[in-house]
Design a protein around this ligand. Structure first.
Ligand code: DC
Length: 223
């Protein structure tokens, strides 16, 4: 039997549901490494822009994705072909374009290969994304699907944008979040949806420590 998911905690959910913070905190609590797969799709998007390919061209994007060297370290640094793109992957431009690139099945296949190789190399860990429990590790030990209201998610994004020195409008953020959710959940390739055997957690208004404790206990309970 394939047991590649033996040591995987899969964290999926829409943008702004709290995945990154929860993933980082769960990884710390469990003493394991974590992988932010959204950062990989963001880095590929930058690689495609740098290569000057049409982002709607699946084959061209896959060609770029195949040759791009993306390294994610545990301090959150994202390196693309030897250049540090940690800040650039979070810019509004990339946030607005990444859904187009990540919708290509050919690009996803390459990224999923890297994600499985990462898990094998680290003997598992916390992996966050959109399709981790449904496609990448369907046999994950625990699958969590995080949600929060669009208003709450936009409010969190607003705080991040302000912290990065950008001023944005809350209503624009809500509209952008709804637009991205729609693309991510309606695409043909690996749409965003909870795995049948996932545990759904609504993070709206909840204390992060409680959420982390709930997930860590559930994961350890399945050892
Ligand atoms: O989690 P994030 O906002 O950094 O993700 C960026 C984009 O990548 C988002 O539009 C959804 C996509 N994504 C995906 O399709 N599959 C994943 N496993 C992770 C992210």
């Amino acid at each position: 039997m394939n047991d590649s998911g033996r040591n995987i905690l899969a964290l999926d959910g829409p943008a702004g549901a709290g995945k990154s913070t929860v993933a980082r905190r769960c990884a710390q609590a469990l003493g394991v490494t974590m992988l932010d797969t959204g950062a990989m799709y963001r880095a590929v998007t930058i690689a495609c822009l740098r290569a000057g390919v049409d982002l709607a061209d699946a084959a061209a994007c896959a060609g770029v994705g195949r040759s791009a060297r993306i390294v994610l370290d545990q301090d959150g640094l994202v390196i693309l072909d030897n250049s540090d793109v940690t800040a650039e992957i979070r810019t509004p431009e990339i946030t607005g374009l990444v859904s187009t690139v990540s919708a290509h099945a050919t690009v996803r296949e390459i990224m999923v290969g890297h994600q499985r190789a990462w898990a094998e190399h680290h003997d598992g860990g916390v992996v966050e994304g959109r399709d981790i429990g449904t496609v990448v590790f369907p046999d994950a030990r625990l699958k969590v699907f995080l949600v929060a209201t669009s208003h709450e998610r936009a409010r969190r994004r607003l705080a991040d944008e302000n912290a990065a020195g950008r001023s944005v409008d809350l209503d624009d953020l809500i509209a952008d979040i709804d637009r991205r959710d729609q693309i991510d959940s309606q695409r043909a390739a690996s749409p965003l949806k909870p795995a049948d055997d996932s545990v759904a957690i609504d993070t709206t208004g909840r204390n992060i420590n409680d959420i982390v404790a709930q997930i860590v206990a559930a994961y350890q309970g399945r050892a």
